[in-house]
Design a protein around this ligand. Structure first.
Ligand SMILES: Nc1ncnc2c1ncn2[C@@H]1O[C@H](COP(=O)(O)OP(=O)(O)OP(=O)(O)O)[C@@H](O)[C@H]1O
Ligand SMILES: [Mg+2]
Length: 286
């Protein structure tokens, strides 16, 4: 396994001395190096960002153990100098990308990752330009300051900066937040391509259940700092567990429910697109 959690707890310091906020409780989890497309979902404050931040040692557990490839992260290893190789292998796009950007121009920002991990200037530039192209970042944008971009553009630049150094696993905290629906879909399609063609594991925090149902092959449902569900999207949405996690149903499944009710049908839930639904409808109403 690439990432394993054993009995992980995480407490944040509270406002008063000795106060703390219990953000993660008894987390046990295994994620493979290849082929997983994991969506981390749950209500705001349920612990998603805290969970994912342990996956590249951005946060360290208060107790328990996180294993990332061959590195074992325990509460004691606070000053471990060997975190850099972990960061190289597990790329993380934060929830608020504006904290991640700091160079003079967009291009320099995207080049920062590969350069930081020892790739020479020319090659870093080639990789940065490739990543920018993949994300549809225009040449005109490349010479601008990253601070003059819109939220959605900043998000794309932050994602390109991670793709440019080709980590083994991608962690993305709400990568489609602030993007219009079309761009959000395009960005998810890029992650899907990276997952399918290069077999990389992708871990995405999202509030968009349509994207979860369309792309993820595994869902981790967080509730009050604990893993409430870990399994296939179909199993989450065909039981009541999605309600317990305060999640919405994907639109396509809500439509299946509606048609089943109004037309007295018994369409199954293994339908992922309007085209599939239409085909199924034609079959059953023949
Ligand atoms: N730096 C911090 N200091 C203190 N408490 C924190 C800190 N960051 C998060 N928390 C608390 O930890 C809990 C989990 O927060 P977390 O950010 O992991 O939730 P989340 O599921 O990512 O929420 P969202 O969907 O709003 O991003 C919440 O109760 C939150 O208030
Ligand atoms: Mg969060």
């Amino acid at each position: 396994m690439a990432i394993s959690f054993r009995k992980v707890e995480h407490n944040y310091k509270g406002l008063k001395k000795n106060d703390f906020v219990a953000a993660l409780h008894n987390i046990n989890l295994d994620i493979a190096k290849d082929d997983e497309f994991v969506a981390v979902v749950g209500q705001t404050g349920s612990g998603k960002s805290t969970l994912v931040s342990h996956m590249n040692a951005l946060l360290l557990p208060t107790s328990g153990e996180v294993k990332i490839f061959d590195y074992i992260i325990t509460p004691k290893k606070r000053k471990n100098p060997k975190l850099k190789p972990i960061r190289k292998r597990i790329g993380f796009v934060f929830q608020f990308p504006e904290y991640q950007l700091f160079e003079e121009t967009v291009l320099k920002d995207i080049m920062f990752g590969p350069k930081n991990f020892g790739i020479k200037e020319e090659e870093a530039k080639t990789k940065a330009l490739q990543a920018a192209k993949l994300l549809g970042i225009s040449d005109e944008l490349l010479t601008k300051s990253p601070f003059n971009l819109s939220g959605g553009q900043m998000r794309k630049v932050a994602i390109a900066g991670i793709l440019a150094y080709n980590p083994d696993i991608l962690l993305l905290d709400e990568p489609t937040r602030g993007l219009d629906p079309k761009t959000a879909s395009e960005v998810m399609a890029i992650f899907n391509k990276i997952n399918k063609e290069y077999h990389k594991t992708i871990i995405v925090i999202t509030h968009d259940m349509n994207l979860v149902y369309k792309y993820a092959n595994r869902v981790i449902g967080m509730k009050d700092g604990q893993i409430h569900f870990d399994g296939k999207p179909l199993d989450l949405f065909s039981s009541n567990i999605y309600k317990e996690c305060h999640l919405a149903k994907p639109d396509i499944l809500a439509l299946v429910d509606y048609l089943n009710l109004k037309m007295d049908l018994n369409l199954g839930y293994d339908i992922y697109s309007e085209e599939e639904l239409l085909k199924r409808l034609k079959d059953v109403t023949k």
